[in-house]
Ligand binder design. Structure first.
Ligand SMILES: Cc1cc2nc3c(=O)[nH]c(=O)nc-3n(C[C@H](O)[C@H](O)[C@H](O)COP(=O)(O)OP(=O)(O)OC[C@H]3O[C@@H](n4cnc5c(N)ncnc54)[C@H](O)[C@@H]3O)c2cc1C
Length: 471
């Protein structure tokens, strides 16, 4: 049987392992950390890319298709709640110009359902998006928020009640882009991978060197305080923002960037179930996009796409002619390896809360810093900082995973499965049905995902999905 090495147990590595385990191959997954899916965070299934005003329609359609597929594999980590997209008056783009894009995405979603009715994961295609006038929102603002919102109008009540509507353009858009929970995915992946016979999962194991001889790769790795080596027929580089180090070990060059970003966890004792809310803005300016992401038990995560909140001056590094690995400044690597200083954490969280306060004033008056941020560095292939749709590149028996959004991971893994067949390293085909994921037990998922959240220094509630998707 062909032997396949996967370097990295983020969403790209675990999706590769799960999908490729259906083939007649032996898989060894190396992950340097003590748990899976512990790289940069994610909270949003970009089913249409509506958070990004600057990407192409082609990328939007790709994100839509891939999100539908991703949610079909991993329904247990999808939080089924809509996303509000609001264009502020101060934003230079006009919301009216975006409406044809929504129509286009709605029709693309319809096509997906017509091709396969099990793709109906975002609800009926006619309900993919809905538009709200100021008058309609003012009417909703008079109602009481619901504990269990049953329709889009009910989800909109808290937004209508607490947002300063005078800051916005109209219509306000609601799209069926759902939330994602990384702790649930981490737990589900670990439980599944441990139960599959042809996967050898190695946590706390760092790949330190790779030699290529003929068509074989000899991978050296550090585990249990010693270096060991093993030979493989195919190599998958899923090392996230450290992918360039693997390219360097192989003497391969690749243009890529890495970007450090952070989102802040706050506590607002409002006891209200909010949807996700996006207030658009110009990336990198002091009025950059503000993203309000609800978790259970009054925790709210904030992104602010300005340089003193989520983004950083010098937070973007590029590969050089001498190395495929972009080098972030030490201060970012220190945060990733050792954590944050209390003063920086307090300052940035305060700035994030104030940034959101422009739109939701009561939040700014009452919200408090809760825990350390969710943060990390992510890879972006090539030189286009707005790129969101990217998957995988092949160089002979080597796959370089290049996802920017997590929803690309399952499509990417299927491309690798096709490549293995093309190279005659397997005779089998993958199927959509991953029985190990389907057999996960809710109680085991809950206890392991909460344990992972706590071990990483977050409250166990962040591992909870408010409205889990059932398929
Ligand atoms: C603040 C922030 C918010 C984000 N929000 C979203 C979102 O809402 N939705 C979304 O889709 N995306 C989001 N992203 C992007 C998303 O987090 C990444 O695209 C995704 O996690 C990348 O997954 P990956 O598997 O490619 O890499 P990673 O998750 O980085 O996994 C790579 C793994 O490889 C391991 N590794 C590296 N080198 C070695 C080695 N030599 N040996 C062994 N193991 C090694 C690492 O330890 C790591 O676990 C966000 C990113 C950031 C920074």
């Amino acid at each position: 049987m062909a032997r396949v090495a996967i370097i990295g147990g983020g969403v790209a590595g675990v999706s590769s392992a799960l999908i490729l385990s259906q083939l007649d191959i032996d898989i060894k997954l190396f992950e340097a950390k003590d748990s899976l899916v512990g790289g940069p965070p994610f909270c949003h299934l970009h089913a249409g890319g509506n958070l990004y005003p600057d990407i192409t329609d082609k990328e939007r359609v790709q994100l839509l298709k891939e999100s539908v597929e991703f949610a079909r594999y991993y329904p247990f980590c999808v939080d089924k709640r809509p996303t509000i997209i609001a264009y502020p008056k101060r934003f230079k783009k006009d919301v009216q110009d975006f409406l044809p894009t929504l129509k286009m995405l709605q029709l693309e979603y319809k096509k997906l359902i017509e091709a396969d009715s099990t793709n109906t994961i975002l609800g009926d295609w006619k309900d993919y998006y809905k538009l709200y006038s100021k008058a309609k929102l003012e009417e909703l603002a008079k109602k009481e928020p619901k504990d269990k919102p049953q329709n889009v109008d009910e989800w909109l009540i808290p937004f209508a009640k607490y947002t300063n509507l005078d800051t916005l353009q109209f219509p306000v858009i609601v799209v069926q882009e759902y939330g994602l929970n990384m702790f649930k995915l981490s737990a589900g992946a670990e439980l599944s991978l441990n139960s599959i016979d042809n996967i050898d999962l190695n946590l706390n194991t760092e790949v330190t060197d790779i030699k290529k001889e003929g068509s074989k790769y000899t991978v050296s790795y550090f585990k249990d305080n010693k270096i060991e080596s093993q030979e493989f027929d195919f190599l998958i580089n899923a090392a996230g923002f450290k992918s360039g180090y693997i390219d360097d070990m192989l003497g391969l060059h690749k243009d890529r960037m890495v970007e450090f970003k952070a989102a802040y966890i706050t506590n607002w004792e409002c006891n209200i179930k909010f949807p996700e809310i996006i207030f658009h803005g110009e990336r990198g300016s002091s009025e950059g996009m503000a993203q309000f992401t609800p978790y259970p038990s009054n925790y709210f995560q904030l992104h602010g796409m300005s340089k003193d909140i989520t983004l950083y001056k010098n937070g973007l590094a590029k590969a050089t002619p001498n190395s495929a690995q972009p080098k972030l400044e030490d201060s970012f690597i220190d945060k990733i390896e050792y954590g944050w200083s209390q003063s920086e954490l307090e300052l940035r969280t305060k700035q994030a809360v104030a940034h959101m306060g422009f739109f939701i004033p009561k939040f700014a008056q009452e919200a408090k810093k809760a825990f350390k941020p969710l943060y990390g560095a992510q890879q972006i292939p090539g030189c286009n900082i707005s790129l969101r749709g990217a998957e995988v590149e092949f160089v002979k028996n080597y796959a370089r995973c290049e996802i920017v959004k997590v929803s690309s991971a399952t499509t990417m893994a299927k491309e690798i499965a096709k490549e293995l067949k093309k190279l005659k390293l397997t005779n089998k085909d993958f199927t959509q049905n991953l029985k190990h994921l389907k057999n996960l037990k809710e109680s085991e998922l809950k206890s392991l995902s909460e344990a992972i959240a706590k071990a990483r220094g977050y409250p166990k509630e962040l591992a909870d999905v408010v409205n889990p998707m059932k398929l």
